[in-house]
Design a protein around this ligand. Sequence first.
Ligand code: KG4
Ligand code: ZN
Length: 346
Amino acid sequence: MTFFYKERKLILAIESSCDETSVAVIENGDQILSNIVASQVKSHRRFGGVVPEVASRHHVEEITLCIEDALMEAEVGPADLSGVAVTYGPGLVGALLIGISAAKAFAWAHDLPLIPVNHMSGHIYAAHFVEPLQFPLMALLVSGGHTELVYMKETGSFEIIGETRDDAAGEAYDKVGRVLGLSYPSGKEIDTLAHLGQDTYHFPRAMMKEDNYDFSFSGLKSSFINTVHNAQQREEALSIENLAASFQASVIDVLVDKTIRACKEYPVKQLVMAGGVAANQGLRERLSQEIADQLPETTFIVPPLRLCGDNAAMIGAAAFVEAEKGHLADAHLNAEPSLSFKTIGQ
Ligand code: KG4
Ligand code: ZN
C-alpha cells in the first residue's frame, strides 16, 4: 500500500509499549488534536514495578476505548485519516502486541497504511511539538528502560554515540526509591526530596572521566544501598533528603558532563532531552544552564511534562517522518521488544 495524504494530514497513533495505553490524532506532524493516555501505574505500584502480564491485560481493556476517545476528541472519523502509526518496539512483547494488533485491525478495516514507529524515536520527536527540529541534533534519551545519547545528522537518521552499560537512569531512581520505601515509580518523589537536601554523601560519578559517552548507574545504586544498609545496622539516622540530593547530584553530574562533551565534539544546532527522566527538575535546570554558559549557539529543547512520559502524540510526530520516507508495514508487522536504533536502517 502506498502512502498519500487526504484532504487533511491526519495520523492516528497508538502506543502500548509499557504501562500506558495511549492513542492520539496528530495533524501536520506538529499539532495534537487529541492525546488520550490511560495510565496503569496504580495497578503496578503494589508490585514495585511493571508486571508484564498485568500490563497486557490492561492494554486489552483500554485500547478500543482509547481509540474511540481519541477520534471523538479530535472530532475526526476514520475516513479523514491518512494512516495508522504504532509503536513496534522496544518494549514489553505482550504489551506491544496489543497496540500492534489494534493498529493492524483498524488499518485493515478502514483501508489505511500502517506506519511502524520506534518508541525511542517517538521520545525525540516529542520535541517537535515545542519547535521544529533542526539538524544536526543531539538527543539525550533518559527513561526507565534507556539512557543514551543519540546523534541525528538529519531527520529520521539515528546514531547511538553512548549508552548505559547497565541500569537506565530511571531504573536507578526506581530501585533506590524502593530502598527508601517510596512508591513506584519514584523518580518524581526523589526529585522533590533532592531539592530539600544537600549532596552530603558524595556518591561516585561513574565513568565521568572516561573518554567515551557511555554511562553506568549500577555502582551508584550499590553505593546508595550499602550506605542505607550500613546505617540501618549501626542504627544511625539518615537524612532521606540528603540521600536523595546526593543520588540526584551524581546522576545529573554524569548526564550533564557527557552530554555537553558530546555536543562539543559533534557540533549540533539543537539538544533535545526526552524520556520520563527528562521530567526531572534538577536535570532540566542544570543542563539548560550549562548549555547557555558553554554552548550558547545550541538550542536546548525539552518537551512539556505531559509529553516526556510515554504517550501516543510523540509516536504520531515520528510517524510523519517515517511516512514521508515511505517506511510502511504490512499485516506481518511483529513486535520487536529489543528494537534499537542500531537495528533499523540509518
Ligand atoms: O519514558 P517513561 O515514561 O517510560 C519508559 O519508557 O521507561 O519513563 C519512566 C521513568 C521512571 O523510571 C520514572 O521514575 C522516571 O521516568 N521519572 C523521573 C521523574 N519523573 C519520572 N525520574 C527522575 N525525575 C523525575 N522527575
Ligand atoms: Zn518511554
